[in-house]
Design a protein around this ligand. Structure first.
Ligand code: PLP
Length: 467
């Protein structure tokens, strides 16, 4: 290929000549102007983008903005940057080698060594008989694909999922999502919602947990019978609903859900998009419930530690056999992207050789203690949950106020708190009524201490605002 003439693109297309300057040469002002005029955001009104820091570089657990401020990455960028911000030579070399040798083939017409190796490694890391893997680009797409496959495999139309859940922003994954339903009403047909047994579920009814679990399971089964069990393809559940506030469910409840699936021939699809790859101190969040094995697993985020956009769906042996002769029925051009798979494979092999999951287990008690202490000393916090390096603090609500009203009725107070987190050097997701804390898994105990020192300073602003 040879350039056709020697006219500059700025003359031909009237493109701003600054686009041909190297990156990192625009001033902060230039960046801010382009953000204000051309950038759109997703879940919040777009003008929110104008207040976001412009991050210029990152290292280890730290991020730096264009004004020279340092932040601890306090929720791992939507629970993704598990391996931190300093990429190892192992990961960089793997990506470079893949780019040099073969940056892309379309997964529908060619196979690659990296796809064979990543599929077999993930199958080996999953317990039970999960053997077949597909690699979309996001958690939403993984759930989209899994829902389609469950329907095709079972010949049944309905998907049962739970009110306390987030499964993604595409049509079926958003329809399966329970949280945010008050805001996003659109959905596709044949999605049924049930109440999952989250902490404090019907606690006010007075019964002990065993009895409440029994009632919750009876209610779920009644609902399934009312829907006609033979119309339900899968039950989709986050092992530990994350966006909803790190809600661990009782073992007996999850065992009961598995038993109901077995009784009615329903597939159990566990969404590990947020928990997968060590967040909870185990490789998989569902290992919190020993013996509860899924038929379908989806995950993303920590798979490549977000070095490249990639997710996976794994299915059990029976489904794998079925799809040998039947198309799974979901696809995208970039599924099975070789560079993304190389990033994931290098990240996973490094996680295993450095025993990152073991590290999470070793710092988890200190993390838990800091979370407990926050709930104890700050009047603005009424409770907490923490598992591995995965935690949520609950913002106190006045008597009679629903938790989700905290945000709507007290936006000014929570906005001030959010600003205080940044002023105190924490950059994280904030979803009132919860404060999520999920730092990169490589964090040390000393750095956890440093993060919570900053967290206490920010919470004292919330104490004042809500006090
Ligand atoms: N499932 C769960 C449990 C998630 O937490 C998320 C995202 O936060 C998704 C699915 C959607 O993943 P993605 O944003 O990569 O599409």
């Amino acid at each position: 290929f040879k350039a056709q003439d020697n006219k500059s693109p700025t003359e031909v297309l009237q493109v701003d000549p600054r686009h041909f300057q190297p990156l990192n040469t625009w001033t902060t002002e230039e960046i801010k102007n382009a953000v204000a005029s051309h950038v759109m955001t997703t879940w919040s009104p777009c003008k929110a983008k104008n207040d976001l820091p412009i991050i210029t570089h990152s290292s280890h657990i730290y991020l730096y903005d264009s004004d020279g401020n340092e932040y601890i990455d306090w929720t791992s960028q939507a629970v993704c940057t598990n391996s931190g911000h300093s990429l190892s030579q192992h990961v960089k070399t793997a990506i470079n080698d893949q780019v040099d040798n073969l940056h892309f083939v379309y997964g529908g017409i060619a196979m690659t060594e990296i796809r064979a190796r990543l599929s077999s490694l993930i199958s080996e890391l999953l317990p039970g008989d999960l053997v077949g893997c597909l690699f979309p680009s996001s958690g939403s797409e993984a759930n989209e694909a899994a829902i389609t496959m469950a329907r095709r495999y079972s010949g049944r139309p309905k998907i049962l999922s739970f009110y306390r859940s987030y499964h993604g922003g595409t049509k079926n994954s958003l329809s399966a999502t329970g949280d945010f339903r008050r805001h996003y009403q659109q959905g596709s047909a044949d999605f049924v919602k049930a109440f999952n047994f989250t902490p404090n579920f019907f606690e006010h009814a007075g019964a002990d947990e065993d009895e409440r679990v029994r009632s919750a399971l009876l209610m779920l089964e009644e609902q399934i019978i009312s829907e006609n069990p033979e119309s339900i393809a899968s039950i989709v559940v986050e092992s530990i609903p994350g966006s909803a506030g790190v809600l661990t469910m009782p073992l007996a409840y999850m065992q009961g859900v598995r038993a109901i699936c077995d009784k009615y021939g329903i597939l159990l699809h566990i969404d590990e998009v947020m928990c997968g790859f060590g967040r909870t101190g185990e490789m998989w969040g569902f290992q919190t419930y020993p013996g509860v094995l899924p038929d379908i697993v989806t995950s993303a985020k920590g798979l490549s530690s977000s070095v490249a956009p990639i997710s996976f769906v794994a299915v059990n042996e029976r489904m794998m056999e079925f799809f040998e002769d039947n198309a799974p029925g979901w696809g995208s051009t970039f599924q099975g992207h070789p560079v993304a798979m190389a990033a994931a494979y290098a990240n996973l092999t490094e996680m295993l050789t450095t025993n990152l999951v073991g590290h999470v287990q070793s710092v988890a008690p200190a993390f838990y203690e800091h979370m407990r202490h926050c709930a104890e000393v700050h009047p603005s916090i009424k409770g907490f949950r923490a598992l591995g390096l995965y935690g949520a603090l609950d913002i106190a609500t006045p008597d009679g106020e629903q938790p989700h009203e905290v945000h709507e009725a007290r936006t000014a107070a929570t906005n001030k708190y959010f600003e205080a987190t940044r002023q105190n050097g924490l950059l994280g997701l904030f979803r009132p009524p919860h404060i999520h804390i999920a730092p990169p898994l490589i964090i040390s105990e000393e750095e956890i201490q440093e993060g919570f020192d900053r967290q206490h300073r920010a919470l004292s602003v919330l104490d004042e605002e809500l006090g």
